[in-house]
Write a protein that binds this ligand. Sequence first.
Ligand code: HEC
Ligand code: HEC
Length: 350
Amino acid sequence: MLVRLLTFAAGAAGLTALALAAGPAGPAEEGRRAEWRAEYLPPASIPFPESNPYSPAKAELGRRLFFDPILSGDQTRACVSCHRPDLAWGDGRARAATREGGEMDLRSPTLLNSAWQDGPLGWDGKFRSLETVSRVPIAAPSNMNLKLSDAVARLSADDGYRDAFAAAFGDPAVSTDRLEAALATFERLIVAGKAPFDRWITGDEDAIPASAKRGFDLFNGRAGCAGCHSGWSFTDNSFQDIGTATGSDIGRGRLMPSSVALQYAFKTPTLREVDRRAPYMHDGSVATLSAVIDLYDRGGIDRPSRARQIKPLNLTPAEKADLLAFLATLTAEADREETSTVFPPDAPKP
Ligand code: HEC
Ligand code: HEC
């Protein structure tokens, strides 16, 4: 991101002044707009964990691995097959394709802003950290179908990769942990591009239309969306039951059987680039954003696990349109082919 951070004090004062300048008091929610806006300022830099610090050579190795079919048994798949830069780092399908021509149970999630996911990853939180994801798709028989020991052997036999591992880690030894560390370092550089919303947040009043501003008020106010889709990346990185999944599709409940709140709970996805990432939800079951809004308006299945914010909202058609207008401002400018920024290896900052 090239958005410049306002200092907190200057930012808050500026936003208050802008809100006052916006004219006569509208609905009560509008009065809180300045306060809400301060919650969405872009971060100052990309966070990297102490256990896997950034280095240009490691990021470059990760980048190469991400795009290389060498990590699949028959060399036909790579990470990029399902996490495509031109599709906001998802694959545009309802559910990911198996190698045999069928479908997995889950949709490929976007990798945008993975660096800010400080909790478990995966729709149900099955991955402890970004450093423990890659081994799963690589080894899964219906996905990339390459034994980890074979992946290590293949890379070790390739002079180019031996050199790249030596540059990244000090010696040419290839291991699953190093492979994970390099891929995770690259993935942390995948950051949502600057959207009209960001220009508005940092002070450009004309960056988004009035309907989107009303949608922002609803999002933070009466509709309760920001209770879960919070902050710059629009996620609380936690797991919630929004009252839609049924049957054995219990999400995090499978891993946390004794928690009532985690039955039917799935990870709150980021809403960055959301209008480019249809279809929606962990199983791709909702085709359009307007259908997503209708679903929240109905309030989902009333059951013990359902999050307290989820309830019938009684939104008017105009309010639904405002929410949609707001969501559209989270997509980076349309004249760009790729609406994310993969940072050059020497510049780990938003
Ligand atoms: C066939 C498509 C496919 C391929 C190939 C694939 N993935 Fe994924 N990826 C998925 C799906 C589906 C999920 C959701 C899995 C889950 O929630 O259990 C996922 C989840 C993830 C996540 C967690 C994201 C989040 O926000 O929770 C990361 C990170 C990731 N993949 C990275 C990779 C990397 C790195 C590779 C290459 C080694 C890769 N993927 C290969 C489909 C794919
Ligand atoms: C209680 C927490 C919570 C609240 C409140 C909430 N969401 Fe969500 N949202 C989620 C979760 C969890 C998912 C993923 C559910 C799934 O995959 O089945 C989700 C999914 C979405 C998606 C689909 C994104 C994608 O990539 O698939 C959109 C769009 C969305 N929410 C918008 C909203 C809007 C608009 C509101 C307010 C009307 C809202 N959410 C309120 C937790 C919440």
